[in-house]
Design a binder for this molecule. Structure first.
Ligand SMILES: *Cc1c(COP(=O)(O)O)cnc(C)c1O
Length: 386
């Protein structure tokens, strides 16, 4: 056990710090599928890399440490992590999801788990009364994001965890947008945290990975069984890359927040922007709640382009701010949720939850903030049509 408690140190030394055998300060990449056994039933702690791999285990120990959980699990993608967590449920169970949940989470429930009789209900979970009223005897879990993708709705995680405990159902938080650097749902009473580590945790848009952390030995046992049984594990090299990315998470997030705050404040007064969503603006929905449960507003913002501007022309006019899926990398990435990240959500539901056609989502990178703003402003000018 180490004698530090601060997250800044945990990011660098948490989990398994380096290699005991050689003194290497970084955990080696154990690029192996299997392990020699010294006799029947005499392995050295590892048998087969789907079941266990030292590089992956170092990552799993690290994310568990960072989130303050009992155990961590690494998967081949965020969706593989979410799928493993949803595999805890059975026919007849119902999951409540927040109305702004990630499109892929909606899709896997709607088109995969539905086939096995696991149903879902979409609820505006930021409305706690509505949430509690939606709980019937079939509801076995509440799956939420805060801030929720893409209009960054804030839900009070402490209150949701209390509602979960009261009704004896699991609470699950997708913490991708905040990361444990800013928000640790388990410390707020939540049972399970999932991540698309493809985003901020990896941080360099160079890998696809998912993580899950649980708050009890019982859940650790069940999810560990599912991880090994279904097999969507993260590979050793990607585990190494992810550990490497996490080391700089703190400095990256600080800069993401600085830049996003700057951009949000400027877009707020720009006539090309009809509405702006950023949890760091004092008049944003859930501002006070986010301040209570997270140590910062993150680097994601969304805005509605004024009708006088052509959305497609705006995207085509950008220089280095890149039109692409994904988020959380060092580079600024911009996207059109209704045709990209959230296209798999039916039109009527999209309209209901605010994913309108002129909504634009920006993952503010760590480039120079004046350069990012200048790129957006010149594209606003070029996309003006009225
Ligand atoms: C990207 C994303 C996912 C899915 O993760 P993958 O790594 O792409 O499978 C899940 N939740 C959120 C909030 C995401 O942004």
């Amino acid at each position: 056990m180490s004698n530090y408690s601060n997250i800044d140190s945990k990011l660098i030394h948490g989990g398994i710090d380096g290699d005991e055998n050689t003194g290497a300060v970084n955990i080696p990449i154990f690029q192996t599928s299997t392990y020699k056994q010294d006799g029947l039933g005499k392995d050295r702690g590892y048998e087969y890399s789907r079941t266990g791999n030292p590089t992956r285990e170092a990552l799993e120990a690290l994310i568990s440490d960072l989130e303050g959980g009992v155990a961590g699990f690494a998967f081949a993608s965020g969706m593989a992590a979410t799928t493993a967590v949803l595999s805890l449920f059975k026919t007849g169970d119902k999951i409540i999801i927040s109305s702004n949940v990630y499109g892929g989470t909606f899709r896997v429930l709607d088109q995969v788990f539905n086939n096995f009789g696991i149903t879902y209900e979409i609820v505006e979970t930021s409305d706690l009364d509505l949430l509690e009223k939606s709980i019937d005897q079939n509801v076995k879990a509440i799956f939420i994001e805060s801030p929720a993708n893409p209009i960054l709705t804030i839900t009070d995680l402490r209150e949701v965890a209390l509602i979960g405990k009261k009704h004896n159902i699991l609470t699950i938080v997708d913490n991708t947008f905040m990361t444990p650097y800013l928000q640790r749902p388990i410390s707020l009473g939540v049972d399970i945290v999932v991540h698309s580590a493809t985003k901020y945790l990896g941080g360099h848009s160079d890998l696809v990975a998912g993580l899950a952390v649980v708050n009890s030995e019982e859940l650790a046992e069940r999810l560990g069984f599912i991880q090994n049984a279904t097999g969507g594990v993260l590979q050793p090299f990607d585990s190494f890359l992810l550990i490497r990315g996490i080391k700089t998470l703190g400095v990256r997030m600080d800069r993401h927040i600085e830049n996003a705050t700057f951009i949000a404040e400027h877009l707020k007064t720009n006539s090309a922007v009809k509405a702006i969503y950023y949890p760091g603006l004092p008049d944003s929905q859930g501002y006070e709640i986010n301040k209570k449960q997270a140590s910062g507003p993150g680097g994601m913002l969304s805005f509605e382009l004024n009708e006088k501007h052509n959305v497609n022309k705006f995207f085509e006019s950008l220089d280095f701010v890149t039109l692409a899926e994904s988020l959380g990398g060092v580079e600024s990435l911009i996207c059109h949720p209704s045709s990209m990240t959230h296209a798999c959500i039916p039109f009527e539901i999209r309209q209901k939850v605010g994913i309108v056609e002129n909504l634009i989502r920006l993952s503010v990178g760590i480039e120079n903030k004046n350069d990012i703003l200048a790129d957006l402003e010149q594209a606003f000018l070029k996309s003006y049509e009225a």
